[in-house]
Design a protein around this ligand. Structure first.
Ligand code: SF4
Length: 174
């Protein structure tokens, strides 16, 4: 199982980790390209074999994270079937990893979940990050970034802080 916040933030679109994929070199997978995409007839045996290969894969966690990030719903990824990934998707979407937030704020193009994005806006407002800088980080217009920062500062002024998000982030980093 993927441990939340345990991976070094990977730049979006980076697929270099695939060079270490066990499935790319496994004889069984080379012989049968559908091994990681089991149909109904052969599924049980295929799933078992594919999972065996995943269990010794050096990039299993990255593979699973990448599949969750891009909403990949087909085949076996990171040692989990589509159904198993569906089961952990909600928890993944609630992830708030402060390391990822800091990396994004520093300009690294990493995937952020909704709580991480919210936490980034909170930190940007707190540190008086310029509108244009936030716009670039979030890939939104400057006007939209300005609105987000204004809303966040107003909420803060009224004491409506992002406690829930902050708590989640702190819990992850603890
Ligand atoms: S975890 Fe499994 S599917 Fe992912 S790269 Fe490794 S062997 Fe392939």
């Amino acid at each position: 199982m993927m441990r939340e916040g345990s991976l070094a933030p990977r730049v979006r679109g980076d697929q270099t980790w695939q060079e270490k994929a066990a499935c790319a070199a496994a004889v069984e997978a080379v012989k049968d390209p559908d091994l990681f995409f089991p149909g109904t007839l052969e599924s049980e045996q295929h799933v078992r074999l594919a999972k065996e290969i995943c269990s010794s894969c050096a990039v299993r966690e990255v593979c699973l994270e990448a599949a969750l990030e891009c909403g990949d719903t087909t085949g076996i990824r990171g040692g989990l079937t589509e159904e198993e990934r569906r089961a952990i998707r909600r928890r993944f979407e609630l992830r708030c990893d402060p390391v990822r937030v800091a990396a994004a704020l520093a300009g690294k193009d990493v995937y952020l979940t909704r709580p991480e994005r919210q936490e980034l806006i909170r930190r940007a407002a707190e540190s008086r990050t310029p509108d244009l800088r936030l716009a670039r980080v979030l890939k939104v217009s400057e006007a939209h970034a300005k609105k987000l920062l204004r809303r966040e500062r107003r909420a803060d002024a009224y004491g409506v802080t992002q406690d829930a998000v902050q708590t989640t982030c702190e819990a992850v980093s603890a």
